[in-house]
Design a protein around this ligand. Structure first.
Ligand code: UTP
Length: 608
């Protein structure tokens, strides 16, 4: 008896499927996906399973860029190229792109921050937060993780506070406008929890209508080099799916129609950022000003990069008349340099001791007008890639199913060479300290001499940044102490934090704090929450918390505070602690605190 064709198997159960479902099966079989039905139970059995598969395929066809057949076709090409070890950058010659190197202790930085604060009134913000955070291993969503322990503000609250504060500085009033100015990309893994976090906290003070959640969908997994859609190992009526990557944000924004509204309402900039970098908003004002001055269609925020450091590099690539400026992954950079302009590969510039190619931190500022035009042309699709883990050198089978992925930072690949693409280089301490790795991974990274990007460093780097700013402005802040948390040696600066409403820029800090008359001891903690606080003389040896509601003007004058303070105590292995404390490797013991709190508007002076 002849083997039944895949379509005849579907037709044998014809009553289960709509015409559209049958047509999709037919198209998929023509694209080599007959295996999807080859192990089906005989006609009349497992009806629910067969229907379930048809519905899932229909949904995937709708949500996968280019539909399922388009996806399979692209996958075949990319898998073939991967099998042959083809280099996507073959024939390109790298150069250092145009950009601005900022010293945030300079007058120029202060001027840029001021100009950028005005630009922030013409900006919208996009947070990509659909990632699973497997490396971190936190049970909640990463946005709910406290950014530090002194204020205890979670990442999402911190970002909302920064947006509100920046908008307030630029004269923007957060009212109902008919379009969102803060977009959060979520996924099935993060959507409900993100929405709950917002709702439970009254949207952290933002107008609910100024926030839009756009949920990304997963894409089908691929079982082999022929791009066969991978069926689940324990359910023959289900295709396995995995995240497509943060590059989805562009297609989702296009589909939402928001970018068009932004253009119509005169929004000039859109700032993209990630879920756990508490420092990013310190870099945004100055970088917005750079975008404006340089006329950048794309401005990538960057930090100095040591040669061979495991961080993407921003490069301008040329091939004949073709030019593009983009992120080149570190493992592609060295071979590219060796085969073109630098036989010794990815090496540091002897003068600066750093790679000439800046390190990409994946925070982007795009010109909305150019972005809109580009999205109309591309529907927001960015080039995909595939990264199968092969079983062996023959590259004939995979260890586990793979999928196509795309990255937010590959957007510049799609834009015309006439658009100006550049970068803003900031010192690491100002701009970048993401929380990505579990304690074990973080310890291994630190041991290998790399940044650990852990919950420990994410918190301590906030204190370092604040202390650095105050020291630069002339305050006497004692030097940090070396401590070890979760096996990572870190510098612990005095724990000084302020809300974005208190200050968004260095200049604001200098206006609100008389730094010549500020002394803080190493073990101290200072928390400032509120727009109207100013410090005109303070000596602190202990813990001081000042909170003032909007409209309360609180002046601290010649105040001396000395108490037992708060202590960041390392956790002992196996000690009872919360999940967050275990991730950081310490617990905060509050011995004594001076709290100064004003919950009604008025003018207050604190002298003793
Ligand atoms: P990460 O590199 O931190 O990846 O993503 P991840 O998926 O969150 O974490 P791991 O790799 O599982 O440990 C960088 C940013 O992109 C977002 C993340 O939420 C983070 O802000 N992201 C990542 C998405 O929005 N969608 C994705 O599919 C992947």
């Amino acid at each position: 008896m002849a083997t039944p064709t895949p379509l005849s198997l579907v037709d044998a159960d014809a009553s289960l499927f709509t015409e559209g479902e049958r047509a999709l099966f037919s198209d998929l079989f023509a694209a080599g996906q007959g295996h999807l039905v080859s192990s089906w139970a005989p006609p009349g059995q497992d009806d629910d399973g067969k229907r379930r598969l048809a519905k899932q395929l229909t949904r995937l066809d709708e949500t996968t860029p280019g539909g399922l057949v388009g996806y399979v076709k692209r996958a075949k090409v990319l898998l073939e190229a991967s099998r042959h070890g083809e280099n996507a950058l073959e024939g390109y010659t790298p150069e250092v792109p145009p950009g601005s190197v900022l010293n945030c202790r300079s007058e120029e930085f202060v001027e840029l921050e001021e100009a950028g604060t005005v630009e922030a009134g013409k900006a919208t913000f996009v947070l990509v937060a659909g990632g699973l955070g497997e490396r971190l291993g936190y049970s909640g969503i990463k946005l709910a993780l406290p950014s530090e322990s002194a204020r205890g503000t979670c990442f999402l609250k911190l970002y909302a506070e920064h947006i509100l504060a920046l908008q307030a500085r630029s004269g923007w009033v957060d009212v109902e406008r008919g379009y969102a100015t803060f977009v959060i990309m979520t996924s099935d893994d993060t959507h409900d929890k993100t929405r709950e976090l917002l709702v439970e906290n009254d949207y952290f003070g933002l107008q609910p209508t100024s926030i839009a959640l756009l949920k990304q969908d997963k894409v089908p997994c691929l079982a082999d080099n022929r791009a066969s859609l991978a069926l689940s190992s324990d359910d023959r009526y289900q295709v396995q799916t995995k995240p497509h990557g943060h590059g989805d944000v562009h297609a989702l924004l296009h589909g939402s129609g928001l970018v068009k509204k932004w253009v119509v309402h005169g929004i000039k900039w859109v700032c993209f950022f990630q879920d756990t970098n508490a420092l990013v908003f310190r870099a945004i004002p100055a970088s917005l000003a750079i975008s404006d001055r340089m006329g950048f269609a794309v401005n990538s925020l960057a930090v100095p990069r040591k040669a061979k450091e495991a961080i993407g590099a921003i490069c301008k690539l040329k091939k004949g008349d073709e030019t593009m400026t983009l992120n080149v992954e570190y493992n592609q950079l060295d071979p590219l340099l060796r085969s073109t302009v630098s036989p010794e590969g990815d090496v540091d510039d002897p003068q600066t001791g750093m790679s000439p190619y800046p390190g990409n931190i994946n925070q982007l500022i795009l010109s909305v007008e150019d972005y809109y035009e580009q999205l109309e042309a591309t529907k927001g699709h960015v080039p995909e890639f595939v990264n199968p883990k092969y079983k062996d050198a023959t590259k004939t089978s995979f260890k586990s199913p793979t999928r196509l992925e795309c990255m937010m930072q590959d957007y510049p690949r799609t834009i015309p060479a006439t658009h100006k693409v550049g970068f803003t280089l900031l010192e690491v301490w100002v701009a970048y300290s993401p929380v990505k790795n579990s304690p074990a991974e973080a310890m291994a990274k630190a041991a290998a001499g790399n940044p650990s990007h852990s919950a420990t460093t994410g918190e301590l780097d906030i204190y370092r940044a604040n202390c650095n700013v105050l020291r630069h402005l002339g305050a006497k802040i004692e030097d940090p102490e070396e401590q070890t948390f979760n096996g990572i040696e870190v510098e612990v600066h005095p724990r000084i934090v302020w809300s974005p409403s208190f200050a968004c820029t260095i200049q604001e800090v200098s206006k609100k704090v008389d730094c010549e008359d500020l002394r803080v001891s190493q073990g101290s903690t200072l928390v400032l929450e509120g727009e109207g606080i100013s410090i005109r003389g303070l000596t602190l040896r202990g813990a001081l918390v000042i909170r003032a509601v909007s409209g309360a003007k609180v002046t601290v004058k010649g105040l001396e505070v000395e108490n037992g303070g708060w202590e960041w105590v390392p956790l002992v292995y196996g000690e009872e602690a919360s999940e967050e404390e275990k991730m950081r490797g310490f617990t905060v013991v509050k011995h004594a605190t001076r709290v100064i709190e004003f919950d009604s508007p008025g003018e207050y002076t604190i002298e003793s």
